[in-house]
Design a binder for this molecule. Structure first.
Ligand code: NAD
Length: 481
């Protein structure tokens, strides 16, 4: 494993290219050392990458599903050889501990194998006509060249779902990684270069202006976006309503711990899903409502579990529980949300701020605020940091209204061992994902998507491939009776 900064270059038409708008430096958020240098791509660079995807689409769309499956399995094997390279790049630019970064890359490899298999399971249908001698055939065809725009929190997986779903469907793709995590994408592009035909998967680096040029490009047939609500709204304006679009956006995810919960299990789940990846997960638990009868036991357990987490530089301590946060903006927002909760009368029962000993790294102690009022920022907005608010409740209908009472609807969590509560909450929580007595809301073979301000469209599962297909109705007059 090397400490040398990674030099990224745009990758399209099967070769590497410099960008024409200068470069963006990316520093390791744990140490401030340079981690990667990437092109700041202009609209001309984007145009060249899209042309490569358009050209490759002519042939890739016609490859047989079994052949695409073979390519994707090969890409998975190639990436499996580079797990450590990709993982160390992730840790050095994103901050999560090395073992966790290895887990992310391994999940991406699994996703590639999964979509290799799904590629061979795309079927159309036939529809009998009222008139004799006619048959309607419905075929599914790849939609065209795709733009995949990803954030920094799971920089390989979130590129990976788009890459795997789109190419399995027969689409080509231009990927714009986050400006905060270009280095791991460079390693991925090297795997792509070793396996796939030129132009099938392309990479352009840059910030939001590069992304904007990409999503607005007239030859792009579909945009697959994961990121913030604000950027999602901006992209909806850029694509002018003609390009197909899926938006996986943020949100504030609630957890309900009922009086019938296994409190120990709930504490374990809450600790994992509030603080893993320093809380920088779109489905992180932001706010917890615990029934008054189990409230003290739950809060005390969660505070103790948060205090026990090891926070460290994820390269030096690969098995740390929590690493550095990734960017100044969410680091500051986390501190602001803690200060706001304090001002509104909540009690900080674990953590409470920056770890000064690890400065200038962006390290925040996992923080639990108890008795957080409903109008405090931590209970209303996505923090995207290692902070969780807890509040008591007594009435189930009331807590459902509080859980649903935010603009987004991505994931929600419940701990209960009561059957009636289980089904009532599964039905009433207005979120795309409801995890009950566990906190792993997303699995690769089930659809994953948000509601309301958390976006629309699905990744994972067959739906994550279908979203790159469109339908063709062929009405055939064959004349047979
Ligand atoms: P972001 O919206 O700032 O950036 C995401 C990507 O969009 C980056 O590559 C960025 O360069 C690009 N971008 C920025 N402006 C653009 C524009 N005008 N046009 C096109 N592209 C543009 O988000 P972030 O800070 O990187 O990620 C954090 C957010 O992502 C959080 O809100 C989180 O909840 C969300 N997220 C959602 C999911 C999900 O599955 N729903 C998963 C992970 C993260």
């Amino acid at each position: 494993m090397t400490n040398t900064p990674i030099t990224c270059r745009n990758f399209y038409a099967g070769t590497w290219h410099d960008g024409s708008g200068g470069v963006i430096d990316r520093a390791n958020p744990a140490t401030g050392e340079l981690a990667a240098v990437a092109p700041r791509s202009t609209a001309d660079d984007v145009d060249a990458a899209v042309k490569s995807a358009v050209e490759a689409f002519r042939t890739w769309r016609k490859t047989r599903p079994a052949e695409r499956a073979k390519y994707l399995h090969q890409l998975a094997d190639e990436c499996a050889q580079r797990v450590d390279d990709m993982a160390s790049a992730i840790t050095r630019e994103q901050g999560k501990p090395l073992n966790e970064a290895r887990g992310e890359v391994q999940k991406f490899v699994t996703a590639l194998h999964y979509y290799a298999e799904e590629a061979t399971r795309v079927f159309g249908r036939t529809i009998p006509n009222d008139a004799g001698g006619f048959l309607s055939i419905v075929e599914k065809e790849p939609i065209g060249p795709v733009a995949g725009i990803a954030p920094w929190n799971y920089p390989i997986e979130l590129i990976g779902w788009k890459l795997a779903g789109a190419t399995a469907a027969g689409c080509t793709i231009v990927i714009k990684p986050s400006e905060h995590t270009p280095g791991c994408a460079q390693v991925l592009s090297e795997c792509v270069a070793a396996v796939l035909p030129a132009g099938v998967v392309n990479f352009v680096y840059g910030d939001g202006s590069t992304g904007q040029a990409l999503v607005a490009h007239p030859a792009i047939a579909k945009v697959g976006f994961t990121g913030s609500v604000a950027t999602g709204q901006s992209i909806m304006r850029s694509v002018t309503g003609i390009t197909a679009l899926s938006l996986e956006l943020g949100g504030s995810c609630p957890m309900i711990v009922t009086k019938h919960a296994d409190v120990e299990a709930a504490v374990k789940g809450a600790t994992r899903r509030s603080f893993r990846n320093a809380g920088q997960i779109c489905i992180a638990i932001n706010r917890i409502y615990a029934h008054r009868d189990v409230y003290d036991e739950f809060v005390n357990g969660l505070a103790a579990a948060a205090d026990a987490l090891v926070v460290a530089d994820g390269i030096k301590d690969p098995a740390a529980d929590v690493g550095s946060m990734t960017i100044d903006e969410t680091f500051q927002r986390t501190l602001d949300h803690i200060a706001d909760a304090r001002e509104r009368g909540a009690s900080v029962v674990a953590g409470g701020g920056r770890i000064e000993d690890l400065s200038p790294g962006l390290f925040v102690r996992p923080t639990v605020v108890a008795d957080a009022p409903d109008d405090s920022l931590v209970m209303r907005e996505e923090t995207f940091g290692p902070l969780v608010g807890v509040a008591p409740y007594t009435d189930l209908d009331d807590v459902v209204a509080r859980a649903n009472g935010v603009p987004g609807g991505l994931a929600s969590y419940v701990y209960t061992q009561d059957t009636r509560e289980t089904f009532a909450l599964a039905s009433e929580l207005d979120f795309g994902n409801v995890a009950i007595n566990n906190v792993d809301a997303g699995i690769i073979n089930a659809p994953y998507g948000g509601r309301r301000e958390s976006g629309f469209g699905y990744e994972h599962g067959p739906e994550g491939l279908e979203s790159y297909l469109h339908l063709k109705h062929i009405r055939l007059h064959h004349g047979a009776r």
